[in-house]
Every structure is written in C-alpha cells, then in structure tokens.
Design a protein around this ligand. Structure first.
Ligand code: GLA
Length: 386
C-alpha cells in the first residue's frame, strides 16, 4: 500500500496541514491456538501487512474517523458521547479504545483519523485488533499519555471485550503491539512473560492460505469453547489447585482426567493441555533451527484443533491437509480463531509456486472456492512512522 496515497486521501477528507503517520501490523499465530484465554502459551508474529493511520489533533473536542476500506465516509462523534454502535461498525474498534483511555482519566482532545488497511478482513489475521492497537498508539503519542506498549495491548483487549463484546484473549493485541521484525514471540498468557525467537527459516517461507470462507458462527462458537474450558477447570479443581487449564501439565492431566466426566469437555481440555506443551516444544525446535520438528508440531496442532477442539471445519481441513501432502512442506495448520479464516504453512522457497498451484487446485476441487495465498513477511509492532 502506498502511504502517499493514504496521505492525499486524508488531505481530501480533512484538509491540508501537518499530519502524523502510524502503522499497526496484523498477526499470524504459528502455533498455540485457543491457549491464550486458558493461560497457556502462544507463538505469533506480527506481519508487514496491517493498518496505516494518518491523523492530526484538532481543537473541536470531536473525533472524525474514516476508513479507506469502508468507503472513506467520515463518522463524527463528540468525545463526551462515546457509546458502542449496536451495528457491527468498524468504528467500534477505535471508539472502544478511546473509551478505555477515558476510563483511565487520560486527557484526550479532538482528532481526525483516516485508516487504510491491506489485511484481508474476516480472515483471522486480526485486522480488528490491528485497528485497536493503532488507535492506542495514536492516542498515546498525540496526547502524551505515557503508556507502555504492553499496557496498550491490554487496554486494546479490554476494548474488544467490553466495547465490541468479543471475549478474546490477549494474543492478537500483544503480538501487534510487541511484534519484532523477523521474530516470533513466545508469550506466556498467564503472566505475560515473553521471549523473542528469531524466525530463522533457512530457505523456507511462511505461506498464509485464505479459505475465503466467511467466519459465520465464529463469535458464538468462540464463547462456547471458552465456557467448555472453564467447565473443565471446575471439574479438575476437585483435586488440582488450578485456576486455568494452561497450568496443567500433560502428566497431571493424564493422572486427573477421570475427573472430567463429560466426554466433550474432556476433549476440549486435552487440546489445551497438549497444545500448551506443543507450543513450548515448537518454539524450542525453531530456536534450534529444527524446522522438520517444528513442522510436525504444526501438523499435530491442526489435528488436535480438528478432532479434539473441533473448530476447523471442512474448508480449513481441506486446505491444511492439501498443504501437508505437498513436496517441500514442513507443516501446515489453521491459524487464529477457526471456523474459516486462514492456514499457515512452512514451505521450502523452491516449492512455493507448485504449492500455490497444487493446493489451490485441490482446495477448489474439494470446496468450489478459490483460495488466496500470501507470503508472510514478519514485521515490527505498532508505532509512529512519520
Ligand atoms: C482469536 C482471539 C485470540 C485467540 C485466537 C485463538 O484470534 O482473538 O485471543 O484466542 O482466536 O487462538
């Protein structure tokens, strides 16, 4: 995307004068799915694809917001009247963040903002969290709020939970705020301790494949899975002193799983326990440069999400299994919330073209849908760029 183009669009909408530029990435999770709200580990990286924001303060006490992705029409709101829009409007993402700054007593003022993103929407690459964290860094910078990036990530998550009404974990906002170029972030979601691990891919690249399948029931199923994980904790607490499933090791789980009397709840718990362990093991493999082992963990993760957590669906399965069969593919799995969205595959560079061709054909034959492919470049976290 051309920043100059976004700047001139901003001038058309809001008039000439100085304006600051910000960028906030999307994210792809390499492994560790649905573990964040269970206090387990995740292993995401920030993408170079994301959201640009051009902005300036005004003395009007009002916010004027526009998105190039949604027709660039200006939505104007007084800072005194920030309420969630009952319709699923894109403005709920930045406004939820404004509300959280206000709750902290931060002195905000009028603002004009144009956002423009190059992430596909509803693809599970966190275009919404990208806008939230963008708003966080914009307000923090322009109004001198002095918040750190981890605080901004937590605040953006609260905006999503309380204002947008999606009960997500911390992974997306954290990866977007704290991402580092060419690194993945191993994050312990229980205490937010994190470690950067260089994504030394040694002649391989990460290919993101989009099912182009709308994530229809994603919201309600997401909350349902959360409830099932909480139910498992309740049952295990009869003998284990835990508050989250991510605290349970595989050995402890095996010794106590009989406490989970419901078969479905046990499968959900089993995914979380083993996925947490797998995420730590996968991060170790990557740091040792063992891409074959890393790829096996990716495949095992998909298998567990398909059979135990049951959030893949026929499109994600068709795409991941077609990828796993290709030459030069170390591993492939769904990424993000599930029920549509994208897969991520670790593919030898020399095989990328045949990968796109063969996986595209196989997925089209299975589903009738044409997928999209992107090479994931790992970018830095959100911040000011001009
Ligand atoms: C969505 C949520 C995240 C995380 C993933 C699944 O992306 O926003 O918090 O739970 O799903 O790993």
């Amino acid at each position: 995307m051309q920043l100059d183009h976004v700047r001139s669009q901003f001038t058309e909408l809001f008039g000439k004068g100085e304006a600051a530029a910000f960028h906030s990435p999307g994210r792809v999770n390499l492994i560790g799915e649905h573990t964040d709200y269970n206090g387990g580990y995740v292993f995401p990286c920030a993408l170079t694809l994301g959201t640009y924001g051009i902005t300036r303060t005004t003395d009007t006490g009002r916010l004027r917001l526009a998105s190039a992705n949604f027709g660039a029409s200006v939505v104007e709101i007084s800072l005194d009247g920030i309420e969630p829009n009952a319709q699923p409007m894109w403005t709920n993402y930045p406004l939820g963040v404004v509300r959280e700054f206000q709750k902290l007593g931060q002195p905000l003022g009028g603002l004009d903002l144009l956002v423009a993103g190059d992430l596909p929407n509803s693809a599970g690459l966190s275009s919404s969290a990208s806008v939230e964290v963008l708003m966080g860094v914009v307000l923090n910078d322009l109004f001198g709020c002095g918040l750190g990036m981890v605080e901004i990530a937590k605040l953006a998550q609260r905006a999503e939970n309380l204002f947008v009404g999606v009960n997500c974990g911390i992974m997306d906002q954290f990866a977007i705020a704290m991402g580092r170029r060419d690194n993945a972030v191993l994050l312990n979601c229980k205490n937010l301790e994190y470690r950067y691990i260089p994504a030394a891919l040694d002649g391989h690249c990460l290919v993101i494949s989009n099912t182009n399948c709308p994530r229809g029931l994603a919201g309600s199923k997401y909350n349902e899975r959360r409830g099932q994980c909480e139910a498992a904790v309740e049952m295990l607490r009869e003998e284990l002193d835990i508050s989250l499933l991510g605290e349970v090791s595989p050995a402890e789980y095996e010794a106590h799983k009989h406490l989970i009397t419901d078969d479905l709840i046990r499968r959900r718990a089993e995914h979380i326990v083993y996925e947490t362990q797998r995420t730590k093991d996968a991060a170790d493999s990557l740091s040792r440069g063992d891409l074959a082992a890393f790829g096996k963990h990716m495949n095992a993760s998909h298998e567990s999400l398909a059979n135990l957590f049951e959030i893949t669906g026929s499109e994600l399965d068709a795409l991941a299994y077609a990828a796993q069969r290709q030459d030069g593919v170390r591993g492939s799995r769904m990424t993000g919330g599930g029920f549509g969205g994208c897969t991520v595959s670790l593919v030898e560079e020399a095989h990328v073209e045949s990968f796109k061709h063969n996986v595209g054909a196989s997925y089209r034959a299975a589903t009738g849908i044409t997928p999209d492919f992107y090479i994931a470049n790992i970018g830095s976290g959100a911040g000011r760029i001009g």
